[in-house]
Design a protein around this ligand. Structure first.
Ligand SMILES: NC(=O)c1ccc[n+]([C@@H]2O[C@H](COP(=O)([O-])OP(=O)(O)OC[C@H]3O[C@@H](n4cnc5c(N)ncnc54)[C@H](OP(=O)(O)O)[C@@H]3O)[C@@H](O)[C@H]2O)c1
Length: 301
């Protein structure tokens, strides 16, 4: 028996509850793990709220990513054995806000010993997305990358990747996030009215790439600072980005392995902002749903 957080219907947080259920034996390309840490993402509440389609079977287990210890593997799984420490994404129909879960072997890798379970669990969604969104349009060293929403899970990692590539990085976030955004090597710009003017004080000729992690009016208000609107890439709001001439992020198969390697070599810090126990998973989701957390929110078991 394993405890898992599910939502019982599409809607608000009141549809979430813990249930106990038996995990089936792993099928092809599946790995059972004892969860040690799970990352919380905006997608968790967006799926629950019905913003990402209605093709989830209810009750739907919550949580997309986890790091843990393997307790069983499917017959065709190669390179991962019982007892290994791994990190990856949940198999279809399973959730990681649980004591035990099923991971998709094709999206699971061995956890480097340099990373704690919590650090590793911060990377499959936000880290891989940060990798993909910073590589979709390649800049040259010295060119300017602006990040809207620089203090969140994707943003702090995207900023650090930008610095690894020797880009000039400008991060837009709320005032309380100034120290952490600057700790990545980025120049800080306060979000809110006038943000575009404040960016222009640092980059009078505009920026080469705008990475948007917020969308909506905040994106519209700042988009004029990018020299070529085709160089707007968003993880948050493809419709608005396309209206402005940009595009949504293209997710890749290699992003997760790449960001885990980059973190393993100490080039980026996953930046865990808050840690919760599994029993407090609903508080953790509420924190992320509030839209203003710093870095990654992690459940630790
Ligand atoms: N397509 C994909 O594959 C994919 C994958 C991962 C994430 N995403 C999406 O990407 C977005 C970011 O994800 P995340 O994990 O980084 O979320 P997050 O950790 O919640 O970070 C979002 C950040 O945006 C900032 N923000 C909110 N309103 C803002 C505004 N008006 N102006 C500037 N900053 C603002 C927030 O803090 P402050 O306002 O306090 O600065 C927060 O730090 C979400 O929409 C998520 O669903 C998409």
């Amino acid at each position: 028996m394993s405890t898992v957080l599910v939502f019982t219907q599409f809607g608000g947080p009141e549809t979430q509850e813990f249930i106990d259920r038996e995990l089936p034996p792993p099928g092809p390309s599946q790995i059972v793990v004892e969860v040690r840490a799970a990352g919380v993402n905006p997608a968790d509440w967006k799926i629950r709220a019905g913003q990402m389609g209605d093709h989830w079977r209810l009750p739907a287990p919550m949580g997309r990513e986890a790091a843990g210890v393997v307790t069983a593997v499917g017959v065709d799984v190669e390179g991962i054995s019982v007892g290994d420490e791994v990190v990856g994404l949940a198999a279809k129909g399973h959730g990681t806000f649980a004591q035990h879960t099923m991971l998709n072997a094709k999206e699971t890798v061995l956890k480097p010993e340099e990373l704690s379970f919590a650090e590793a669990a911060a990377l499959p969604v936000a880290g891989a997305t940060a990798y993909d969104v910073t590589h979709q349009i390649e800049l040259e060293p010295g060119q300017t990358m602006l990040i809207l929403g620089a203090g969140g899970g994707v943003g702090l990692l995207a900023s650090q990747i930008g610095k690894v590539h020797e880009f000039t990085v400008i991060g837009v976030a709320s005032a309380s996030k100034q120290p952490i955004v600057e700790s990545t090597g980025a120049a800080f710009v306060a979000s809110g009215p006038g943000a575009a003017d404040r960016v222009r004080e640092i980059a009078p000729d505009g920026v080469d790439l705008l990475i948007d992690l917020v969308g909506g009016q905040a994106l519209r208000d700042i988009a004029e600072v990018v020299r070529d609107p085709q160089n707007i890439v968003t993880t948050a709001d493809p419709d608005t980005a396309e209206q402005l001439g940009g595009s949504g992020v293209n997710r890749t198969a290699e992003g997760m392995q790449k960001i885990i390697e980059v973190a393993q070599y100490g080039l980026v810090d996953p930046h865990i902002g808050q840690r919760f126990a599994l029993a407090d998973a609903q508080q953790a989701i509420a924190a992320v749903e509030g839209g203003h957390t710093t870095g990654k929110v992690i459940l630790e078991l």
